[in-house]
Design a protein around this ligand. Structure first.
Ligand code: ADP
Length: 554
C-alpha cells in the first residue's frame, strides 16, 4: 500500500463518487479528514497510538504491582484511552478497509484507487480549477484511465474502439483530466463523428456552435437567394440584409464569372539557373501543352489543365499550374495533377530536384500579389445600380457622400496603408461567414476576400453604380467540409448542394457569384452606415453584450 496516497474511508468513497471539488483545493496532498498533508496525518496517528498504548500498559503494570483496582481511572488514563480508541479507528480505516476491499472486489478497488490517483494528479496540475467528473459507462472508464496514463495514444481511439462517438466522448473526458480544466459548454452529443473521420478533423472532443443567420433575398442575375451566414459578430447579418434589400429594391445585381482555375506551384531546383530556364521554356512552349495537359488530367475526370506559368529565382523554378476542378474547390485535385506532371518531367529532366509540391507561388492561404493579379479559384465581378431613392430611403445616405467615402477610404486609404487586395470595406466579413456556413476552408478567406469596391455616380449624379471585383474566390460544393450535415443544409438552401451532374462545376461557380453578390450587399450597407455616421451607434446596439463579461472570465 502506498501510504503517501491513501487515507481513511472518506477518500475511498469520494474517489468513486465525488469530483475533485471534494478535495482540499489549496493543499494538493492534504487529507480530507484533516487540513494536513497525508504523511503528517499518518505520522501523528501512528505516534499517538503507540505512545498512548505504551503509557497505558506502563500505568496498568504499576497498578497490578501496587494492587490498585484497574477500573479506577485517573484523568490522564481516561484521556489516554480516548486517544487510543481514536487512533485505533483511524488506523483501522486506513489499513483495514483496503484489506477487506482487496478481498471483496479487487478490480473495483483498483479502479477506485486509479480514479483517486487521477483526481489527485489533476489537483496537483491545476489546484485552482476543478472539473466535474462525468459518469462514463462501464468499460469507458478503463479506456480513459489508459489514455490518461499514456498507455493508449489519444489519436488511436477511433481505430481501437471502432466507434467514433464513443472515441470522442472518451477523449474529451481524458483531456479534461489531463489538463485539469473542464469542457462544459462544448457539446459532444448530437454530432456525426463518422462523417469527419479521415477527412475533416482529427482527435475530436466536441464541436463549436456558431449561429447561422440569413440575409436576403439577394436578387442576383434574376434569381433570389437566402444567404446563410455563420457568425458571432453582431450587426453583420443585419447589415448584409439591408444591402440585399437595397439591391432588391433597385432591380438586382449582376455577376459575371471571369475565370475558374485552381492553382498549385511546386518548386524545383537545378544545378544552374541556365538549366532551370530550359525547363521554363519547355513548359511554356505551346507545342508541349497538350502532352502536359494529358498527363495532368489523368488525376481526375474533373481536372483540366488550363495554364502553366513559371517564375525563376536563381537556379530554382516555380511552376504555377492552373486547372478547372469541377465543383470541388480543387486543392487535392490540382496537387495530384501536378505530381503526375513532375513524375513525367523527371524523364526529360532527370537532374530536376523537386524541393516541394508547393513552393508558395500558388499561393494558398497567404496574401500575395500573384492571386490578386492573376486570380485563383473563381474570379468574378459583380455590379448593381442603386437608385438615388433607395440610397436615401433604405441606406439613409446620399450618392455623393458614398462615392467620396469610397474614393477616400477603399481606394486612397487602402493605397496609403499599402493594401494587397484590400480595397474594400469588409469583404472578409461576408466571405468568412458564408465560408463557415457552407463548409469552405475558412483559411482561404485570405485570398478569397481580395476585393476592390468601386462606386460611381451615374445618371447625372442621381444613382449609384457599385461593383466588387474579386479575383480569388476559392469555393467548392463537394469535398472537404461541404458534405457535413449542417454545411450541406446551407448549400442546399442556396440550391448548390453537391456535384452538378448536368454541368460539372456550375454549382461551385454559382456559389462564387453568390459570395460576390453578398459582398456587394455588405459593402453597400457598411459604407452607407459609415457615411451617415451610423456605424458606432448600430454597433453599440447590436454588437455589444450587456452581460457582465467579468463573469465569463476564466
Ligand atoms: P478538393 O480537390 O477540393 O480538395 P476533394 O478531392 O476532396 O476536393 O473532392 C473532390 C472529389 O469529388 C473528387 O474525388 C472528385 O472525383 C469528386 N467529384 C464528384 N463530382 C464532382 C464534381 N462535379 N466536381 C468535382 N469533383 C467531383
Amino acid at each position: 500500500m502506498d501510504i503517501r496516497r491513501r487515507q481513511p474511508s472518506p477518500p475511498l468513497q469520494s474517489a468513486s463518487k465525488s469530483s475533485a471539488v471534494d478535495h482540499h483545493p489549496s493543499s494538493p496532498k492534504a487529507s480530507d479528514a484533516l487540513p494536513l498533508p497525508l504523511y503528517l496525518t499518518n505520522g501523528i496517528f501512528f505516534t499517538l497510538f503507540f505512545s498512548v498504548a505504551y503509557f497505558l500498559l506502563h500505568r496498568w503494570g504499576d497498578k497490578i504491582r501496587n494492587s490498585t483496582p484497574l477500573h479506577i481511572l485517573t484523568f490522564s488514563e481516561i484521556a489516554g484511552i480516548l486517544c487510543l480508541i481514536a487512533s485505533f479507528i483511524y488506523l483501522l480505516c486506513f489499513f483495514g478497509i483496503d484489506f477487506v476491499q482487496s478481498f471483496i472486489s479487487k478490480p473495483e478497488a483498483d479502479e477506485e484507487h486509479q480514479r483517486f490517483i487521477l483526481h489527485e494528479d489533476r489537483e496537483i496540475r491545476s489546484p485552482e480549477k476543478a472539473i466535474a467528473a462525468v459518469e462514463l459507462p462501464q468499460g469507458d472508464e478503463e479506456v480513459v484511465d489508459g489514455v490518461v496514463s499514456g498507455e493508449i495514444p489519444l489519436y488511436s481511439l477511433e481505430s481501437r474502439l471502432g466507434d467514433c462517438f464513443r472515441a470522442a466522448r472518451i477523449r474529451r473526458e481524458a483531456v479534461q483530466r489531463l489538463v485539469g480544466r473542464g469542457l462544459e459548454g462544448l457539446p459532444v452529443e448530437g454530432f456525426d463523428y463518422d462523417s469527419i473521420l479521415g477527412q475533416c478533423c482529427e482527435m475530436p472532443v466536441g464541436y463549436v456552435q456558431i449561429p447561422v443567420g440569413i440575409a436576403g433575398p439577394l436578387l442576383l442575375n434574376g434569381c433570389e437567394y437566402s444567404v446563410p451566414m455563420a457568425t458571432t459578430e453582431g450587426c453583420l447579418v443585419a447589415s448584409t440584409n439591408r444591402g440585399c434589400k437595397a439591391i432588391y429594391a433597385s432591380g438586382g445585381a449582376t455577376c459575371v464569372l471571369l475565370r475558374d482555375a485552381m492553382t498549385r506551384a511546386p518548386v524545383v531546383r537545378f544545378s544552374s539557373a541556365k538549366r532551370a530556364t530550359e525547363l521554363k521554356f519547355f513548359l511554356e512552349d505551346p507545342l508541349h501543352f497538350d502532352t502536359l495537359a494529358a498527363v495532368f488530367n489523368k488525376s481526375s475526370r474533373f481536372a483540366r489543365l488550363q495554364n502553366i506559368q513559371c517564375a525563376i529565382a536563381g537556379k530554382n523554378l516555380y511552376i504555377r499550374f492552373s486547372c478547372s476542378t469541377g465543383d470541388a474547390m480543387g486543392m487535392n485535385m490540382v496537387s495530384k495533377g501536378v505530381q503526375n506532371v513532375l513524375d513525367f518531367l523527371q524523364n526529360d529532366f532527370p537532374d530536376m530536384d523537386v524541393i516541394g509540391i508547393s513552393g508558395n507561388y500558388c499561393s494558398d492561404k497567404k496574401p500575395s500579389a500573384v492571386n490578386w493579379i492573376e486570380g485563383r479559384g473563381k474570379s468574378v465581378v459583380c455590379e448593381a445600380v442603386i437608385t438615388g431613392d433607395v440610397v436615401s430611403k433604405v441606406l439613409k445616405t446620399t450618392v455623393p457622400s458614398l462615392v467620396e467615402l469610397n474614393m477616400l477610404k477603399n481606394l486612397t486609404g487602402s493605397a496609403v496603408a499599402g493594401a494587397l487586395g484590400g480595397f474594400n470595406a469588409h469583404a472578409a466579413n461576408i466571405v468568412s461567414a458564408i465560408f463557415i456556413a457552407t463548409g469552405q476552408d475558412p483559411a482561404q478567406n485570405i485570398e478569397s476576400s481580395h476585393c476592390i469596391t468601386m462606386m460611381e455616380a451615374i445618371n447625372g449624379g442621381k444613382d449609384l453604380h457599385i461593383s466588387v471585383t474579386m479575383p480569388s474566390i476559392e469555393v467548392g460544393t463537394v469535398g472537404g467540409g461541404t458534405q457535413l450535415a449542417s454545411q450541406s443544409a446551407c448549400l442546399n438552401l442556396l440550391g448548390v448542394k453537391g456535384a452538378n451532374r448536368e454541368s460539372p462545376g456550375s454549382n461551385a461557380r454559382l456559389l462564387a457569384t453568390i459570395v460576390a453578390g453578398s459582398v456587394l450587399a455588405g459593402e453597400l450597407s457598411l459604407m452607407s452606415a459609415i457615411s451617415s455616421g451610423q456605424l458606432v451607434k448600430s454597433h453599440m446596439k447590436y454588437n455589444r453584450s450587456s452581460r457582465d463579461i467579468a463573469k465569463t472570465g476564466s
